[in-house]
Design a protein around this ligand. Sequence first.
Ligand code: ATP
Ligand code: LTN
Length: 333
Amino acid sequence: MKKISLTGLQPTGIITLGNYIGAIKQMVGFQNDYDSYIFIADMHAITINQDPITLRKNIRSLVALYIACGIDPEKNTIYIQSDNPYVANISWLLECNTYYGELSRMTQFKEKSKKNANFTSGLLTYPVLMAADILSMHADIVPVGIDQKQHVELARDIAIRFNKKYKEIFTIPEPIINSDITKITDLQNPTKKMSKSSENQKGVISLLEDLDVIRKKIMSATTDSEMNIKYDPENKPGISNLINIYSSLSFKSREEVEQEFKNSNYGEFKKCVADIVIETVKNIQEKYNEILNSDYLNEILDKGSKKNIEISKKVYETMKDCIGIGRSNKTLD
Ligand code: ATP
Ligand code: LTN
C-alpha cells in the first residue's frame, strides 16, 4: 500500500512563480509515489482578518490553479477543509490534550501575535487544527515549507501523547522539508525571496498576471554590471535567479544554461527567460480559465470531501470512544 502524503494550502493570495517552482512542482512529483491529499486550509486563513468576498473567490481559484499547474485530480484527493464538520471537533478533542505552554511557544504564534495586540484565540490554537487535519487522515508524510515544520512536529507530539494515553490510533506524521529546492528570489531585490505578500509587486510574478506585464518585469529584473551569464548566487544574485528560473522551466541543468547562453548578452538572456516563463504561465492560465467555473471542479471537490469526511468521521468516533464522551457503550480494550 502507498504511504499517505497530505498538505494544506492557505487561500490567502495568488500563487507566484516562486511557489510554482519551489512547492507545486514537488507536489506534482509526489503524486505518483504517494496516496496524496491536498486541501484548501480555509479555516486556517480566518485566524487573521479576511474579506469574505475575496476569501470565497480565492478558495475556488486556488483549486483551479493547482490543477492547472499539474496536480492531477485522478492521483490526488482534493478538498476544502471547511466542508468537513469533523475536523474542528477532532481539533477540540486534541486541544484538550495539548498544553497552553506548547502553543504559546510556537514561533509563528509569537511573531503574528506581536503584530496585532488584539489577536484571536484561533491564532494560538492554529497548530492543533493543523494536527487535526493531519492525524484525522492518517498522514505519513507532510510536505511543508520550513515555517510550518514546527507545527508538524507538534502534531507528532500530540499523536504520540494521545496514543500513549488512550490507544494506538494515530499514525505518527513526518514533516518533509525539501531544503534543496530552488528558492526563487525577487526580481527587483534578488537577495530576498519572491513572496506573494511582498509590498512591492514589481519583483514578483503572479501566475494569473497579464503576460505583457510579466515580460516587462523580467526585462527590468536587477542584474549586475558584468556581462557574463554565470551561476554565482553570492556575487551575481540577479543573474543566478534568472538561471534558476530558466533551468527549472526548461528542465536543463545550470551548467547547460550557462553553456547555452555563453555568447549572449543580458538582454538576449532575459528575453529567453521571459519567453519560457510566458509559455509556462500561458498554459497554466488557459487550463485555469477552462476549469475555474466548470462542473468538473465541483465534481472533484465533492469526491474529495466525501472521502475526507468518511475517513475523519471514523477517527472522530474512535477518539470519542477512547476519551469516554458521547453515547457509545464501547469500552477501551
Ligand atoms: P507569503 O508571502 O504569504 O509568506 P509565500 O509566497 O512566501 O507566501 P508560502 O505560502 O510561505 O509562500 O509558501 C508556500 C510554499 O511555497 C512553501 O512550500 C514554500 O517553501 C514555497 N515557496 C514560497 N516562496 C518560494 C520561492 N520564492 N521560491 C521557492 N519556493 C517558494
Ligand atoms: N498552516 C499551513 C497550511 C496547513 C497545513 C495543514 C499544511 C493547514 N493544515 C496540514 C500541512 C498539513 C500553511 O500555512 N502553509
